[in-house]
Design a binder for this molecule. Structure first.
Ligand SMILES: Cc1cc2nc3c(=O)[nH]c(=O)nc-3n(C[C@H](O)[C@H](O)[C@H](O)COP(=O)(O)OP(=O)(O)OC[C@H]3O[C@@H](n4cnc5c(N)ncnc54)[C@H](O)[C@@H]3O)c2cc1C
Length: 446
């Protein structure tokens, strides 16, 4: 396939500079030239159609092309996946990132969950930033852009709220700067195994089914899709499924009693509205469909109510999250587990790989996260990151927050890179070396 350079791409988009093609002509460029018929696209590896045999659907045996051979493969480009890819790539190993959608950030952006909880510890009037390193660098870069963030900075006593498009843009920029090999629109469906060792994954795409071979795989899919495919033990969860939306043109200073207008965003007049939603099995396609449809109806009904209130007639629905608000589905059974009572008692964690900020369930104490919560009990060369790491039912409501996902993502990427460079499985990696790399990347470990 012919490689398209940035300049050619911008030219094709009609977004080139004025000097290159002339702004007026670019935006108004005609589209009548029709399509181009190409000689041969990329081979689509379906291996022939499926068929019925004895009333069962059978897929023919087929060979799947190895599309990439990499050191570290990260599955999922949400908060945890992006942090993992950046940490590993900056440590000098080859990283490929496969994401099922067309943008980065997962629930933080496509899910429109905009407030980044637990970046600081707040005790006795003190306010200390514990999420440092790559996560904080990302927040700072988001905040630097116009309408990028509110409540970010040394003086702030609130959690930062970010703009989803700015966040997607900053994430993509950082990944490209770090040289991460990015594959968007690829849905990982299976693992390639040799006994208990993962060797890569299969993903479905418009180019058919393709394989990625990797030395270490980081499952940052949120749902533990790779953990499950690889046969790693996991715990299934039923949790609330919501659908977040944003309202535009929301006036301030009026009586809003009884109206849920959500929280402020970096864009004036725009508010993001969280939704609890019903409890459901987040891995069941019928539940996901029902929740998506019901939630959209509820959002429109609520909008009508808002618009009926004097002064709010011109409020409009800006957007509904393109990623359904799945809070928890699978969590890893790790070599260690974060347990609420141990966390509350301030248990020492010699293998700490990140320290999370204050949260009500922890009586506002900092939360050291041990490395073992990322490591499957029985599958090798695989790590978990983000909301699927090992935590009990209570602590899951902490590890799934955006800042802790930054920490476990950063840690998984650093551990994966350390495993590759020291030629051992992540299970046997020298945790002190991982901690050293994390500190080099400016992470705070207490
Ligand atoms: C309604 C709701 C409200 C919340 N409120 C807050 C809040 O106020 N503050 C806060 O800090 N946190 C909040 N959270 C939690 C937080 O937003 C998420 O838990 C966190 O963003 C998860 O990050 P992650 O990277 O682990 O997973 P995700 O953000 O889910 O990212 C996973 C990524 O993997 C991709 N993916 C999934 N499966 C595959 C596959 N098979 N192949 C390829 N790609 C795949 C997805 O497209 C996605 O990009 C909320 C969550 C919800 C649902």
């Amino acid at each position: 396939m012919k490689r398209m350079y940035r300049r050619d791409f911008l030219r094709a988009l009609g977004l080139g500079s004025v000097a290159a093609i002339g702004a007026g002509r670019a935006w108004g460029a005609p589209i009548h030239e029709g399509s181009r018929i190409v000689e041969q696209g990329m081979a689509v590896s379906r291996g022939g159609a499926a068929f019925f045999e004895d009333g069962k659907v059978v897929q023919p045996r087929r060979e799947i092309p190895v599309f990439r051979d990499t050191d570290v493969l990260v599955v999922g480009g949400g908060t945890a996946g992006v942090l993992a890819a950046l940490a590993a790539a900056r440590a000098g190993v080859r990283v490929t990132l496969v994401e099922r959608y067309g943008c980065f950030g997962g629930l933080w952006t496509a899910g429109l969950v905009l407030i980044v909880l637990c970046t600081h510890v707040r005790t006795g009037g003190k306010h200390q930033k514990v999420v440092q390193g790559i996560g904080d660098e990302m927040l700072a870069r988001i905040a630097e852009l116009k309408h990028g963030a509110i409540n970010y900075g040394p003086e702030s006593t609130h959690d930062a709220t970010t703009d989803p498009e700015v966040t997607k843009y900053v994430m993509a920029t950082m990944l490209r700067e770090a040289g991460v090999d990015i594959l968007l629109h690829g849905w990982v469906t299976n693992a390639i195994m040799d006994g208990n060792t993962i060797q890569g994954v299969l993903f479905e795409s418009k180019s058919g089914c393709l394989a990625v071979k990797a030395k270490v795989v980081v499952d940052a899919s949120g749902d533990g899709d790779v953990l499950d495919a690889a046969g790693a033990e996991s715990v299934p969860h039923i949790h609330r499924i919501g659908l977040v939306h944003r309202l535009g043109n929301v006036p301030s200073g009026l009586d809003s009693k009884g109206l849920n207008l959500g929280g402020g965003t970096p864009v004036p007049g725009v508010r993001w509205v969280n939704m609890q939603g019903p409890q459901g099995d987040c891995l069941d396609i019928q539940t996901l469909t029902q929740c998506e449809l019901d939630a959209r109806e509820a959002i429109w009904a609520k909008l009508k109510e808002i618009q009926e209130r004097p002064g709010y007639e011109n409020v409009f629905l800006l957007d509904v999250a393109s990623q359904l608000g799945v809070r928890a589905s699978r969590t890893l059974v790790g070599t260690e587990e974060l347990r609420l009572e141990e966390c509350r008692s301030g248990k020492a964690r010699p293998d700490v790989v990140g320290v999370g900020g204050s949260y009500s369930i922890l009586d506002m104490q900092p939360c050291p996260i041990p490395y073992g919560t990322l490591v499957p009990k029985r599958v090798d060369n695989l790590l978990a990151a983000g909301r699927c790491v090992a935590a009990d039912n209570a602590m899951l409501n902490y590890t799934r927050l955006i800042a802790p996902c930054m920490l476990t993502g950063h840690a998984a990427g650093a551990a994966a890179a350390t495993a590759v460079t020291s030629k051992v499985s992540p299970r046997n990696v020298d945790v002190a070396a991982v901690q050293g790399l994390l500190k080099q990347q400016k992470a705070y470990l207490g």
